[in-house]
Design a protein around this ligand. Structure first.
Ligand code: BG6
Length: 447
């Protein structure tokens, strides 16, 4: 039977497929957000039957997969990803399942070292026909390890595929509060009118993790927190916080504004701190003399009329006290505040990305009672309290947008190009390297 949607996963025996992709696809299928006439094809080099594959993949994740659903919609298919002939045979297999209207998504959950080979074979076997909008590919970071290598990856992709066929994933863009950022900013007068250097004194973008590197030594040690987290997730958040209003709320206009921010970043070279958690060198497969950072802190300025002079504090690290990501906007006190005898605090808007996604605004208020006392109170909204059922995972939203062809939550090449320009500057800047035992230890180095 011909299918309406085929999702082919390269790298289907990996962690990402087990923990993110299969749960997201099954959730979309069960909630009927994607057609039930869908086929997932898990590609791998091992000699598995579909049932053996499912048993294997279940072992990679603690969360139970919906195996009964997957048995209906998933097939394992063996392929040697270096062999063009295997792709040609696979193309014949696929052509029996498709008609020209079938949406075909090729998800590259593979390392950068084999991407070139796979892209070439996918193109030469005509699995993906150049400029066919129904044939698309999806890439995960890392897009290179510096500007030069990222450019090479991109040129390679453009030599085979059209930009409109390429979806570059940054899964933070699928998180509920990141999607909500433009609404909070631009659809609320109290924020839109004060979102600039006249009112805002500083901005923090903090993404903290409690886990270490888990089983990803091979990838992580060549990457480090700067490339793993800042180049993608934190700079994407920064660009959404600092951008000007787009001419229209359409993907390309929004990206144009984000790129302007990324191109106007200036590092405050005084304060960059790189850290490595104690015990990192004892992790399996990490070289004993590794200087890879698992923590990064620096301040950056956005040289646009809106934000010139406002420091943005970027912080991310592993093995910190708890997993939490947030944006904190701190406002200047009002002129009146200085005349008060009582202590007041600056207003803060905190956008919680995870956990407890939501928005919190702290304001000064009189303490109820007969005395003239003040207190800081918090107005807060939690996303989870306003939805029925579970909030969709970032990957559900992203996969749905790929199926429906919505491109806003995916990164365009010039965003990546501009981020690498900046990250290369941070790499060269002088910085302190500290081994930390815990969060307070590393935070004590920040002035
Ligand atoms: C990934 C990084 O992109 O994001 C990981 O490679 C990191 O190192 C992860 O742990 C964090 O994502 P989340 O959604 O758990 O905050």
């Amino acid at each position: 039977m011909k299918k309406d949607l085929i999702i082919t996963i390269f790298g289907s025996t990996g962690d990402l497929t087990a923990r993110k992709l299969l749960p997201a696809i099954t959730a979309l299928y069960e909630s009927k957000n994607i057609t039930n006439n869908v086929q997932i094809i898990a590609l791998g080099r091992r000699d598995f039957t579909t049932e053996e594959y499912l048993t294997y993949i279940q072992k990679l994740t603690k969360k139970p997969l919906k195996l009964n659903v997957l048995r209906n919609i998933l097939t394992y298919y063996k392929i040697q990803i270096t062999e063009l002939d295997d792709y040609i045979n696979f193309q014949k297999y696929i052509s029996n399942l498709t008609n020209p209207q079938t949406k075909q998504i090729y998800y590259m959950a593979i390392g950068p070292e084999i991407l070139k080979n796979v892209a070439k074979n996918v193109s030469q076997s005509k699995l993906i026909e150049h400029q066919n909008p129904n044939h698309v590919l999806v890439f995960e970071k890392p897009f290179g390890h510096d500007l030069e290598s990222a450019m090479k990856v991109n040129e390679m992709l453009w030599s085979y595929f059209d930009e409109q066929q390429i979806f570059r994933i940054d899964h933070y863009l699928g998180k509920e509060m990141i999607q909500n950022l433009m609404t909070v900013r631009f659809a609320n007068r109290i924020f839109e009118d004060t979102w600039d250097s006249k009112s805002i004194s500083k901005v923090k973008i903090h993404v903290k993790e409690q886990e270490g590197i888990l089983t990803r030594a091979g990838y992580y040690d060549t990457s480090g927190a700067l490339k793993d987290m800042v180049q993608s997730h934190l700079l994407q958040i920064l660009s959404l916080v600092a951008m000007d209003a787009p001419k229209k709320y359409h993907s390309e206009y929004i990206k144009d504004e984000k790129v302007k921010v990324l191109r106007s970043l200036t590092l405050d070279t005084d304060c960059a701190i790189f850290g490595q958690y104690k015990g990192y060198l004892d992790e399996e497969n990490i070289p004993l003399d590794s200087k890879t950072e698992t923590f990064v802190y620096f301040r950056v300025f956005v040289n646009t009329p809106r934000f010139r002079g406002v420091p943005f504090e970027i912080l991310t690290g592993k093995k910190l006290d708890k997993k939490e990501s947030y944006i904190e906007i701190e406002y200047y006190p009002t002129d009146e505040q200085s005349k008060w005898q009582l202590d007041t605090v600056p207003n803060k808007l905190r956008i919680n990305i995870q956990p407890d996604d939501g928005v919190e605004l702290s304001i000064n208020s009189k303490k109820p009672g007969l005395k003239e006392n003040l207190e800081e109170v918090h107005l807060s909204f939690k996303t989870a309290e306003s939805v029925e059922g579970n909030i969709p995972e970032a990957y559900e939203k992203l996969i749905l947008d790929i199926v429906t062809g919505h491109r806003t939550l995916f990164t365009r090449w010039d965003e990546i190009d501009a981020s690498w320009h900046f990250i290369d500057q941070v790499k060269k800047a002088c910085k302190k390297f500290v081994v930390y035992e815990n969060e307070s230890d590393i935070l004590s180095h920040i002035k």
